[in-house]
Design a protein around this ligand. Structure first.
Ligand code: B12
Ligand code: SF4
Length: 474
């Protein structure tokens, strides 16, 4: 059969967005799991248009909640054209009946590994079941992602997953229910993927981007992996929890193996908010010292912050821009608290009757408000988030963060330059907060405007490509 794996997308910013930097791993991983007798394509709607006149027999849709309206529109269009539509991913897993009611023929609930080949066999025989329950399996023998199927637009290409799960249980996060427990791929398998070097440009061969939930949770495992990575001389990035800043041996290994950036979910500066979030691994009084330690190891700190906890006031939210500067964050990611199914937060807000019934899934894209906050109205929360954004990405603050990262190593500096430049560009060119408020806050489901690339990333790509013509490898 011919199979199109599609990752639907709804533009989250009016002026340039995350589309052409780092690709998701999900599509190319699913393609790698697809038995070889099928022909498979991977289409990322964030960089490529959808062609309804495809010769595919099966359309596989993978989507987050915020993109569900577009996924369902695509399901409807493909179904009208006689295609078999199979849905999966974090939204369909928790809302399988909804997906079936929106023209999906089948839903894979949970992981693909154990059921994907069976679902395709059934589709081929015309005996597709409505639901497939993909129980967590061992992560042994996971194939290398099909990097060859990534469109050329993505600047970074080697995305990898070494582990699944996270030992923490933050109230807003669905990882513990999506990936219960903690599973690790054999180190040798991960190294095989890291050694995969058939990429055109030096930075694509140099960079390893782990899309793990929390790569550093099992110290013995991650240390064994990093020891093996040292001779490979890569630059790598991942998500981790802040408690690693107290493990000097791990930090030394991270530096030695080429870590250039780590994403920490710092989330808040409020003790009440952290308690509400069940973020027991974060200690406010240690933020600054922890980040200094990362910097001392040449590692840039990307950090997530969330606006809208019960304890937050609009002032608390806006002043986060000052506080994240004080503690030395290199790249901030600023989200609005969003209640995803499968989280304690969702259960609590639903029980309290605080989920706003007039909000479609578009509001669940991380930048909009889908619930009634305690200390302010929904529009006040949105306004405070946009004010925080405006302040944190003012040209001066962006420039200062980039300048400060120049003291780190080259890779960490380039990362900070690219990511701060990406957000700063949006802020300058698009009057981003206004656009986000009025254009990226969707009020109705409709045809998606064609995503536009972030021109800053295009510029970075062009500069890198031109400057690479005469060099071999770093
Ligand atoms: C890596 C990651 C990112 C990356 C990459 C995003 C991307 N588009 O892939 C970054 C950092 C950019 C990111 C951003 C965001 N993310 Co994110 N992210 C993750 C994370 C940690 C891992 C996902 C992953 O790649 N896993 C590895 C791959 C191989 O597994 P997988 O995707 O789970 O797919 C498996 C199964 O789900 C299934 N499957 C998936 N799709 C399909 C389709 C079919 C047809 C089939 C058969 C099977 C199948 O099979 C796969 C193999 O078993 C997850 C947590 C998690 N464990 O899911 C959160 C998660 C997916 N992210 C989440 C969110 C909310 C976001 C943001 C909206 C956050 C924000 N505030 O901005 C943004 C959205 C940005 C965007 N443009 O997409 C939520 C989604 C919740 C929901 N219900 O929608 C999650 C679950 C975390 C959470 N908070 O609970 N994210
Ligand atoms: S530490 Fe990160 S991945 Fe783990 S439960 Fe909390 S938010 Fe989710």
């Amino acid at each position: 059969m011919n199979i199109d794996i599609i990752l639907p997308y709804i533009q989250r910013y009016a002026h340039g967005h995350e589309i052409n930097f780092v690709p998701p791993i999900t599509g190319i991983h699913l393609a790698a799991l697809t038995p070889a007798r099928h022909r498979v394509r991977v289409i990322h709607q964030q960089v490529a248009p959808i062609h309804f006149d495809t010769d595919a027999d099966v359309i596989a849709l993978s989507f987050f909640s915020g993109f569900a309206p577009e996924a369902y529109r695509l399901a409807h269009e493909f179904k009208r054209r006689g295609k078999t539509v199979i849905a999966g991913g974090p939204h369909a897993t928790f809302w399988s009946d909804e997906a079936l009611a929106h023209d999906c023929d089948a839903v894979v609930i949970g992981e693909a590994e154990a059921v994907w080949a069976q679902a395709l066999d059934d589709a081929e025989r015309g005996a597709l079941r409505k639901k497939y329950f993909g129980q967590p399996t061992t992560l042994e023998n996971i194939p290398t992602p099909r990097y060859d199927l990534l469109p050329g637009k993505f600047l970074v290409r080697r995305v990898i997953q070494a582990t699944r799960g996270c030992p923490f249980a933050c109230a807003f996060c669905s990882v513990p229910s999506i990936n219960p427990g903690y599973r690790m791929r054999p180190v040798a398998d991960v190294l095989r993927d890291i050694r995969f070097d058939h990429f055109r440009w030096w930075w694509q061969r140099k960079l390893v981007w782990f899309w793990d939930d929390n790569l550093t949770a099992r110290r013995a495992y991650v240390k064994a992996l990093l020891r093996e990575m040292i001779p490979l001389k890569k630059w790598w990035l991942t998500q981790a929890s802040m408690d690693i800043t107290q493990d000097d041996e791990l930090l030394d290994l991270m530096r030695a193996s080429g870590c250039i950036g780590v994403f920490f979910g710092i989330e808040s500066f409020g003790a009440e908010a952290l308690q509400e979030a069940n973020k027991r691994q974060n200690r406010i009084e240690y933020y600054r010292q922890g980040i200094e330690k990362m910097h001392a190891h040449g590692i840039a700190v990307m950090a997530g912050f969330i606006a809208g906890f019960d304890g937050d006031t609009p002032e608390d939210i806006v002043t986060m821009a000052d506080r994240l500067r004080e503690i030395g964050v290199d790249v901030p990611f600023l989200s609005v608290l969003t209640p995803y199914k499968g989280t304690p937060l969702y259960d609590k807000l639903e029980a309290e009757g605080k989920l706003l019934k007039d909000r479609g899934w578009q509001f669940y894209n991380g930048y909009n408000v889908a619930f009634q906050p305690r200390a302010m109205s929904a529009p006040e929360l949105l306004g405070a988030h946009r004010a925080l954004w405006r302040k944190a990405f003012s040209p001066l603050r962006v420039a200062k963060r980039i300048a400060r990262s120049a003291r780190l190593n080259l890779g960490a500096f380039l990362l900070s330059l690219a990511m701060n430049g990406f957000y700063g560009w949006k802020r300058i060119t698009g009057n981003a907060p206004l656009d986000m408020q009025f254009r990226a806050m969707p009020v109705q489901v409709g045809p998606t405007p064609q995503p536009r690339a972030n021109q800053f990333m295009d510029l970075v790509g062009t500069v890198l490509r031109v400057s690479s013509f005469k060099r071999s490898e770093l």
